[in-house]
Ligand binder design. Structure first.
Ligand code: 5AD
Ligand code: SF4
Length: 493
């Protein structure tokens, strides 16, 4: 009988990608995915350390599974990813029923660790070196570049995939644990990235999202002295047959240069969407966060993005309640949100992370009630602007890569079939349609909007009532000839 594997993933897109790769590796070893943890022979938690809340969730889950593990001593329980790298032996002290602790840079060893834990009956730890444990080269090497073995079945669909172009981060923002948990910044070779994009395209992938903690800092030095930047990488992969959309997250404001913005404007497959977290609207706070730019710089950068890439959508991240954030500092974040017309902002309450500079240097002096209130207040400013941004789209026709049924359709399977997908500017859009459109790019006329969602209807051919699908979409067999005067569109029924 096939061995069963259960994996739960928390955290960012990097973790989602890591889990996909772990599953791909273990499937090659004969594992099948189980939907319930208790049905599996191997139970894995791929973890996040960015905020305390994410860690608490994992320790509770480990607590809940303890009796099951004690009753089934042959089963293997593993903690992977950021918490593993950060907490190391502490995990085994708090949860002695854990068999494998495997850091972000050691995931390539997962199959071997599971086998060793089974055969020895002893917990296995695989961790990369700490930042100050050895030379930079040795630390970098200890975060092994885990060459992806992709697992289409692990993704929500086959036509969208993440591609990691960088590991780690060297920015050391004072609040952030990522430089410790994911190690030194390293850019992957363009040849490896291109090979992976081609492989994904061959498997039917149409949209790829390049991932990096600071994706626009991508910089690869070839053996012969040549260099490749993110703009160069876009040019390299742009014409890969089958690829229709290229997204990239997350950008660092200081590295948003004109070469990149020109490439975003010029290359039609590159999405006109920039996620560029500012974190705070107050210079003193930015300084304590060690973000290395001022609010004035950020505003100038925003203007440059909008001048260089007409129609670009920009989103941001904010932390509220960072150490020493006064009411006046917080008001400056509100002012920035009010002025900046972000498409949306992700707002987080500051969570002090042991091992970071901020945790060492500054008291976590803002109460949770104040953090909550500031979070809600800032969100209200953002929601008002999101509504304006979304309503401005009413009346326009947008290209949507149809991703699947909307949340509402999943909840009410007998109701009208609502589908969902994103525009080239990353706006979530909901519209009625047939499941056969999933994976295709369709034209949608936007008719309504809330602060979170655009609502529209598929633009149909007046004669046949068929959905018009953009030419770049691969269609199995168009059964209706495109209507005259609609040369740029193909029709499927
Ligand atoms: N507390 C709260 N939010 C944090 N982030 C990173 N570290 C912390 C922390 N210690 C937020 C930042 C980052 C996003 C991914 O998470 O806004 O951009
Ligand atoms: Fe963390 Fe700053 Fe690096 Fe982003 S740039 S991962 S916030 S240290």
């Amino acid at each position: 009988m096939a061995k069963k594997l259960f994996i739960e993933t928390v955290g960012c897109q990097m973790n989602v990608l890591d889990s996909e790769i772990v599953v791909g590796t273990l499937k090659k070893q004969g594992y099948e995915l189980a939907t319930e943890a208790t049905d599996a022979d191997v139970i894995l938690f791929n973890t996040c350390s960015v905020r305390q809340h994410a860690e608490d969730k994992i320790y509770s889950a480990l607590g809940r599974i303890r009796i099951h593990m004690d009753e089934n001593p042959h089963k293997i329980l593993g903690v992977l990813g950021c918490m593993a790298q950060k907490d190391q032996e502490l995990i085994l002290r708090r949860a002695p029923h854990v068999d494998v602790v495997c850091g972000t840079g050691q995931l390539g060893r997962i199959a071997e660790l599971i086998e060793d834990a089974k055969s020895s009956g002893k917990p296995q730890l695989a961790l990369s070196l700490g930042r100050s444990d050895a030379s930079k080269d040795e630390v970098e090497r200890s975060f092994e570049s885990y060459d992806p073995s992709r697992e289409t079945a692990m993704r929500p669909n086959s036509f969208q995939a993440f591609v990691r172009i960088m590991f780690g981060c060297d920015k050391f923002c004072t609040y952030c644990i990522v430089p410790s948990t994911r190690g030194p910044e390293q850019s992957r070779s363009p040849d490896h990235i291109l090979a992976e994009v081609r492989l994904l395209a061959d498997q039917g992938c149409k949209e790829i999202t390049f991932l990096g903690q600071t994706v626009n800092s991508y910089y690869y030095k070839h053996g012969d002295g040549r260099t490749t930047t993110l703009a160069g990488l876009f040019n390299l992969i742009h014409d890969t047959p089958g690829i229709e959309r290229i997204k990239f997250v997350t950008n660092y404001p200081k590295d948003m240069d004109d070469e990149l913005l020109d490439a975003v404007r010029e290359l039609p497959k590159v999405c006109k969407y920039l996620h560029v977290p500012v974190q705070s609207g107050c210079n003193e706070v930015l300084k304590r966060m060690k973000r290395l730019y001022t609010v004035e710089y950020y505003i100038e950068m925003l203007q440059r993005c909008r001048e260089k890439v007409p129609g670009v959508a920009v989103s941001s991240d904010f932390i509220v309640g960072f150490c020493g954030e006064t009411e006046e500092s917080f008001r400056r974040s509100c002012d920035l949100v009010e002025k900046s017309m972000f498409k949306n902002s992700y707002i987080f309450k500051y969570s002090t992370r042991p091992g970071t500079k901020a945790d060492d240097l500054y008291p976590d002096d803002i109460s949770d009630a104040t953090k909550k209130r500031r979070n809600n207040d800032l969100l209200a400013y953002q929601d008002a602007n999101s509504l304006i941004d979304h309503r401005a789209k009413i009346g326009s026709v947008v290209d949507i890569l149809v991703e699947g049924p909307s949340k509402l359709a999943i909840k009410h399977p007998d109701g009208p079939r609502q589908l969902t997908g994103h525009t080239m500017t990353d706006h979530i859009t909901v519209f009625d349609g047939n499941d056969r459109l999933i994976g295709n790019t369709v034209k949608v006329l936007i008719e309504d909007a809330t602060a979170f969602t655009l609502f529209g209807r598929i633009v149909t051919d007046e004669v046949s009532g068929a959905a018009l699908v953009s030419r770049e979409a691969t269609i199995a067999k168009p059964s209706v000839t495109p209507a005259a005067g609609r040369k740029s569109l193909e029709v499927i029924s």
